[in-house]
Design a binder for this molecule. Structure first.
Ligand code: FAD
Length: 694
C-alpha cells in the first residue's frame, strides 16, 4: 500500500500527536502513570522535588535491590512489589519498588556491582511501552545513547549492572512481550549481565500468574548463587503501619472517605483532570440497548462540559469504579472488622520507599470500597502467603494445598470465579480470619483500576458529551455458589437504574454507595478521565473506510459513522463507509439498529452495513463470514487505500480477521499468502489498518 501526500500529512499529524501525548507527563505534567502511583502523586508524594537519581536513592535508603515497574493496569506493579517482598523475606535483600517514570537512567553506568536492578515490564497495545515506561524506553533504545560517565553504546557502559527481568504480554498481539525482549536485548548489548532467564508471562493464554511463578524460582536460585545470598525461613514483615485512631471522627474534614486526592477532599474539584485526578461527571442520559432479559448493555452519555476535558473521535474514557457494598461487607466480615469499619486509620509506609496506594487518613470501609480491587481473581502466591494467618490448622492445611498445587488451585478457585473474600469465607465456613494483618491485604491486592471504554460518540457532533456502550458483565459457573459481577459495569447499571427510578435497582443486592464519598456523586455522577488514542478516522472524509466491530466492538464505529453522517449533512463529500457488525439475534442485541437507518438516510449509498446474526438461523453467521462474502468489493476498496479498522475481542475475532484479510488479498489479487501477509503488515505499519481491541 503506497501512501499519498495526504496520508503522509495525516500520519505526521498523528505522530506529532503521539509524541505530544507521550511527552505530556514530562513537559506539561498532565499525564503521569495512569496507575503507577496515581494517588500518591495526586497527594504530592512523588514529584515534589524528590531526587530522580536511583543510585543516590539506593545509597540513602540502605537498599541493594531496586524493582522497577512499567505498568499500565497495575499487574506489573503488583508483580514488582511481590518480587521486592520475596527478595527481602527469603533472601535478605534490601529491596525497594520504583516507578520507572520517577527516575533518570543516564547514570546506570555507575550502578554498583553488588546491587541488583529488576525490571518488570508490561507491553501495551501494539508493542508499546506503558505510559510510565515511555521515557525509560526512549533512553535505553536510543541509537546514540550516552551515560553520565561519558561512555556510549560501543564501550559496554553497563558492565557493572546486574539485572533480572520479567515481561507481561499477550500472545494475541503481534508484538508479544516486545518490551521485555527489547529491553533485555539493549541491556545485554550495553554490557549488563542478566541473572536468570528473561521471563515472559502470557495474558492471552491466561497463564500470566503461572508463568510468573514458574519463572521466579530458578531466577531466585541464580540470583542467590551469583550474589552469594542464603535463603532463610521467610517471616512476614508488614510493609505498612495501620494506626487506628479511635479518637478521630470519620466525618472530620481531614479524613478521606473515598475522595481520590486532596482537591476532592477539600471540596472543590480542580483540573486538569487526568489519570491522577478524575472529573466527577454527571451522567446526562442512560439507557439499555438489549431487549434480552438476562443480558444488559448500557448506553450512557457522560457530560464533560465545564471540565476542560476534551476528546476526539476514537478516544477512550476511563471510568473509576466503586466496589459493590455486598462485596465490601463480605470483605470486612471475613476479616472480622465490620464493627470498626468506620474507624479512622492512618496508613504509613514502614520503609521510606514504600508508597501507600491510597490517601490517608481514611477508614477501613473507604479504603476497601474505593481503593482496593477486592473482586479480582485470586493469586495463588497470595493464597500461600495468607495460609499462615488461617483461623484453624485445618484451614491452613487447605490453603497450603491450594497455594502449592496449580491444578487444585484452578479447580477450587479460578474455575469457580471466586474473589478472595468468597474463597476465605468458603474455606473457613464463615469463621473470620482475624489474624490477617490489614497491611497484608493492602500489599496483596492490586489498587482499584479505572476501566476503559471506547467512546461511542463523535466529538465533532457532541463535544461536551461522551457516549459509552458497555455490556454488563455477569457470569455464572455451574460449580460456583457466586455469580461473578463485573465491578464497573454493574456499578454503571446501578447508576442507570437509579436514574430511571427503577423500583428494583439491584437484583443481586449489590448495594452500591451510589452517592459517593460525602454524597459528592449524588445526582448520578461518575468519576472519569479521558485517554487519547491513535484510533482515528482519516482526516480526509472522502477516503473509504471499512470497520469490523461485532458486539460492543461497534462502539467507536457508531462515533465514526455519526461523524461522517454529520459531514454528509453539512454538504461535505464522504467516502464509502462500510461497517461489519455482528450479534446474536436481530430482536435481542442488534445495537443501535434504528440509528443505522438514519445514518443510511444521511449518507445514502455511501453507507453499507453488513450484519451477521449468530443465533437467528440454522447456521451461525459471524462477521468473518460477511467479510468473506464481500471479499471482492473489500479488496477493491483496499486498493483505493481504504482504512481498515477492527474493534472488540482481541483474543479471537481480531486475530481471525487479521488472518482472513491476508487470505482475501491473496485470493483476490492472485498472489501467494506470504506476500498478502506482508501487505497486511505494511498496512498496519502505515496506520491503514488500525485496531482498538481488548
Ligand atoms: P471486571 O470486574 O473488571 O471483570 C472483568 C472480567 O475479569 C470478568 O468478566 C472475568 O472474566 C474476569 N474476572 C474478574 N473477576 C474475576 C474473578 N474473581 N475470578 C475470575 N475471573 C474474574 N467494554 C465495553 O463493554 N465497551 C467498550 O467500548 C469497551 N472498550 C474498551 C476499550 C479498551 C481500550 C479496553 C482496554 C477495554 C474496553 N472495554 C470495553 C472493556 C472494559 O474496560 C471492561 O474490562 C469491561 O467493561 C469489564 O469491566 P468490569 O469492571 O465490569 O468487570
Amino acid at each position: 500500500a503506497q501512501l499519498d501526500t495526504l496520508d503522509i500529512i495525516v500520519l505526521a499529524v498523528l505522530l506529532l500527536g503521539t509524541v505530544a501525548y507521550f511527552t505530556k507527563g514530562t513537559y506539561w505534567a498532565v499525564y503521569g502513570d495512569p496507575y503507577g502511583n496515581s494517588l500518591a502523586q495526586a497527594n504530592g508524594a512523588a514529584k515534589s522535588g524528590k531526587s530522580r537519581n536511583i543510585i543516590e536513592k539506593l545509597e540513602q535508603s540502605g537498599k541493594n535491590c531496586v524493582v522497577f515497574y512499567g505498568s499500565q493496569t497495575g499487574t506489573a506493579e503488583d508483580y514488582a512489589s511481590r518480587l521486592a517482598k520475596e527478595g527481602h523475606s527469603r533472601f535478605g535483600l534490601n529491596t525497594m519498588v520504583a516507578d520507572l517514570e520517577d527516575y533518570d537512567f543516564d547514570n546506570l553506568d555507575q550502578f554498583p556491582e553488588d546491587k541488583l536492578a529488576v525490571f518488570v515490564l508490561a507491553t501495551y497495545g501494539e508493542g508499546e511501552p506503558t505510559d510510565n515506561a515511555v521515557e525509560f524506553y526512549e533512553f535505553i533504545s536510543s541509537d546514540d545513547i550516552s551515560f553520565s560517565g561519558g561512555l556510549g553504546a560501543e564501550d559496554k557502559p553497563l558492565a557493572s549492572l546486574k539485572y533480572v527481568t520479567f515481561g507481561l504480554g499477550n500472545n494475541t498481539y503481534e508484538h508479544y512481550n516486545s518490551m521485555v525482549r527489547n529491553v533485555d536485548k539493549f541491556l545485554t548489548k550495553l554490557g549488563a549481565t542478566r541473572l536468570g532467564k528473561a521471563g515472559e508471562g502470557d495474558d492471552g493464554a491466561g497463564t500470566m500468574e503461572e508463568d510468573f511463578l514458574a519463572w521466579k524460582e530458578p531466577m531466585w536460585a541464580d540470583v542467590a548463587k551469583q550474589m552469594c545470598l542464603e535463603e532463610r525461613e521467610s517471616v512476614y514483615e508488614p510493609v505498612f503501619e495501620i494506626a487506628e485512631k479511635p479518637d478521630m471522627d470519620a466525618e472530620e474534614d481531614t479524613v478521606y472517605l473515598g475522595e481520590p486526592n486532596k482537591n476532592h477532599l477539600e471540596g472543590s474539584q480542580k483540573g486538569p483532570f487526568n489519570a491522577n485526578n478524575p472529573f466527577i461527571a454527571p451522567i446526562a442520559e442512560s439507557k439499555e440497548l438489549f431487549t434480552a432479559k438476562d443480558r444488559n448493555c448500557l448506553h450512557m452519555e457522560i457530560d464533560i462540559s465545564g471540565s476542560n476535558l476534551t476528546y476526539t473521535t476514537g478516544d477512550h474514557i476511563a471510568i473509576w469504579p466503586t466496589n459493590a457494598g455486598k462485596e465490601v461487607d463480605r470483605f470486612l466480615n471475613i476479616l472480622g472488622i465490620t464493627s470498626k469499619r468506620h474507624m479512622v486509620i492512618a496508613v504509613k509506609g514502614l520503609d521510606p520507599t514504600a508508597k501507600v496506594p491510597f490517601p490517608s487518613p481514611t477508614t477501613y470501609d473507604a479504603a476497601i470500597r474505593y481503593h482496593m480491587e477486592i473482586c479480582a481473581p485470586v493469586s495463588r502466591q497470595f493464597v500461600s502467603t495468607l495460609a499462615q494467618f488461617a483461623p484453624t490448622e485445618e484451614v491452613k492445611a487447605e490453603m497450603v494445598k491450594i497455594g502449592g498445587d496449580k491444578d487444585y488451585f484452578h479447580q477450587t478457585v479460578i474455575d469457580r470465579n471466586l474473589n478472595l473474600a468468597q474463597l476465605l469465607e468458603i474455606l473457613s465456613n464463615g469463621q473470620p480470619w482475624v489474624k490477617v494483618p490489614f497491611s497484608l491485604m493492602i500489599e496483596g491486592l492490586v489498587k482499584i483500576q479505572p476501566r476503559y471504554y471506547s467512546i461511542s460518540s463523535s466529538s465533532s457532533v457532541q463535544k461536551d458529551k461522551i457516549a459509552i456502550t458497555a455490556v454488563v458483565e455477569s457470569l455464572s459457573k455451574p460449580n460456583s455458589p457466586h455469580i461473578l459481577k463485573g465491578v464497573t459495569t454493574n456499578y454503571l447499571l446501578a447508576l442507570k437504574q437509579k436514574q430511571h427510578g427503577d423500583p428494583d435497582p439491584d437484583p443481586h443486592g449489590l448495594n452500591y454507595a451510589l452517592t459517593g464519598p460525602r454524597n459528592k456523586y449524588d445526582g448520578i455522577h461518575v468519576p472519569v478521565h479521558v485517554r487519547h488514542s491513535n484510533f482515528k478516522l482519516p482526516s480526509d472524509p472522502t477516503k473509504p473506510i471499512i470497520m469490523v466491530g461485532p458486539g460492543t466492538g461497534v462502539a467507536p464505529f457508531r462515533a465514526f459513522v455519526q461523524e461522517r453522517a454529520a459531514q454528509a449533512l453539512a454538504g461535505q463529500a464522504v467516502g464509502k463507509t462500510v461497517l461489519f457488525f455482528g450479534c446474536r439475534r436481530k430482536q435481542e442485541d442488534f445495537l443501535y439498529e434504528n440509528e443505522w437507518d438514519q445514518y443510511k438516510k444521511d449518507l445514502g449509498d455511501n453507507f453499507i452495513l453488513h450484519v451477521a446474526f449468530s443465533r437467528d438461523g440454522p447456521k451461525k453467521v459471524y462477521v468473518q463470514h460477511k467479510i468473506e462474502e464481500f471479499a471482492e468489493e473489500l479488496d477493491k476498496l483496499l486498493q483505493q487505500k481504504a482504512y481498515f479498522y477492527v474493534c472488540g475481542d482481541a483474543a479471537n475475532m481480531a486475530r481471525e480477521v487479521n488472518a482472513l484479510l491476508a487470505q482475501i488479498i491473496s485470493k483476490q489479487r492472485g498472489i501467494p499468502e506470504s506476500k498478502a501477509e506482508e501487505i497486511v503488515k505494511a498496512m498496519r505499519a502505515s496506520n491503514q489498518y488500525q485496531e482498538d481491541v481488548w
